[in-house]
Design a protein around this ligand. Structure first.
Ligand code: ADP
Ligand code: MG
Length: 377
């Protein structure tokens, strides 16, 4: 959207007193299926969405880095030698600059229409917009896969959130009307045609507004359980463990660890089945797999919350072909694959059910699969 790109350039100029050299955008993402599989070297199937973060950037002649955002009035200013010590929201953009090894100062302004903390990865959007822009201005020549790794490292090492490679891959490698089928072991990517528009289907997001915190412990605990299971079965990651081996060796781990591993193994299978079903245009099967995925996250991986369960169940009762919570869990959003003519009934029913149960009013909107990060101006 050029409107927001232009606005970001104007905001840069108002803040810093001169025009930026360029504006880069990177989309948020929603994961269609394959949750918590990324750090287990498994499969994921996100789409880049038609909501993005914009980074207006100019290099400076000195070694000062300044960053500002519509988030706050304050300008964060650091010497480029201290980029790795950035904290708060500035850790995302400055962490990227740190990992890129920025050798020059820069001014940076961020604006965005990706909802924050909704499971749509506003974090990857900001990282990838900054990574693409700074890489180009500094002439570093990283390709998109390398930039995805750089965004991930910024989030892991500077922000301190132990997230996988999925979000940045979707934001950088997304394609309009296609999903990003990513093998997190080989990092091979295939853009798989969705065919949703031709089937009169749309992806509905229900943001429960229950805040999720990836650096709060639940996410790290799930990672630790997966690592413990892999260790107990003497495999490098759960990617290498079959359901049969897990069942046969059930006594090697406690019940919780067993169920965590079972989610990862069955979820990997569901991603592969979903891709196969997409290629056949079998949306009924796609929907079944989404619901199975939700049940597995609710019961085996235990990362759902009541609001997400309600959103999924209500979606299924009101016309969705499939529905599941999406993102890291403990809040955030659910998605529904829904026939276009049933979206208003689904939406109204979810609002009504949430009100009945005394939950905060969710934010409900549709998204389309969009292209990955790009230079706008
Ligand atoms: P999610 O990625 O699901 O939206 P995260 O907690 O991973 O949630 O990342 C959200 C954080 O990313 C915000 O709290 C903020 O620190 C940073 N962030 C995202 N968008 C912006 C923005 N437009 N300006 C400044 N910081 C942002
Ligand atoms: Mg995030």
């Amino acid at each position: 959207m050029l409107g927001l790109a232009k606005k970001t350039a104007d905001e840069f100029e108002a803040k810093f007193g001169y025009a930026p050299t360029g504006v880069w955008s990177a989309p948020g993402r929603v994961n269609i299926i394959g949750e918590h599989t990324d750090y287990n070297e498994g499969f994921v199937l996100p789409i880049a969405i038609n909501r993005a973060t914009y980074a207006a950037i100019a290099l400076r002649e000195d070694d000062t880095a300044r960053v500002a955002s519509t988030f706050s009035d304050a300008v964060v200013e650091l010497n480029i030698a201290q980029l790795g010590e950035a904290s708060g929201w500035a850790a995302y953009p400055l962490g990227v600059a740190h990992v890129l090894g920025a050798s020059k100062g820069f001014d940076l302004f961020i604006d965005s229409d990706v909802p924050v903390g909704a499971g749509l990865s506003s974090s990857a959007a900001i990282e990838c917009a900054v990574a693409l822009g700074l890489d180009e201005l500094l002439g570093l020549g990283n390709d998109r896969r390398a930039l995805a790794r750089i965004g991930q490292r910024a989030e892991n090492e500077v922000v301190g959130a132990p997230t996988g490679i999925m979000d940045q891959s979707a934001s950088l490698l997304g394609k309009v009307d296609h999903a990003v089928f990513l093998d997190c072991q080989s990092l091979e990517v295939e853009n798989v045609a969705l065919g949703f528009a031709a089937a009169a289907l749309e992806v509905v997001i229900i943001d429960t507004r229950v805040a999720h915190r990836l650096n709060d412990g639940g996410y790290a605990a799930r990672r630790a359980a997966c690592e413990a299971a892999a260790k107990a079965f003497e495999v490098p990651s759960l990617r290498h463990l079959s359901l049969e081996t897990l069942e046969a060796g059930r006594e090697l781990v406690d019940d919780v660890t067993y169920r965590r591993a079972r989610h990862i193994i069955t979820e990997n299978d569901r991603v592969l089945s979903f891709v196969a079903a997409l290629k056949l245009g079998d949306f009924k099967r796609c929907g079944e797999l989404m619901v199975q995925s939700h049940v597995s996250m609710r019961d085996d991986f235990e990362i759902s919350v009541d609001e997400l369960d309600t959103a999924v169940e209500t979606s299924m009762r009101h016309g969705a072909v499939g529905a599941r919570m999406t993102g890291g869990g403990f809040g955030g959003a659910s998605i529904a694959l829904c026939p276009i003519e049933k979206i208003s009934d689904l939406t109204n029913s979810v609002y009504a059910e949430f009100e009945l149960l005394g939950y905060a009013r969710p934010d409900i909107f549709t998204v389309n699969a969009a292209d990955g990060a790009t230079r706008q101006i």
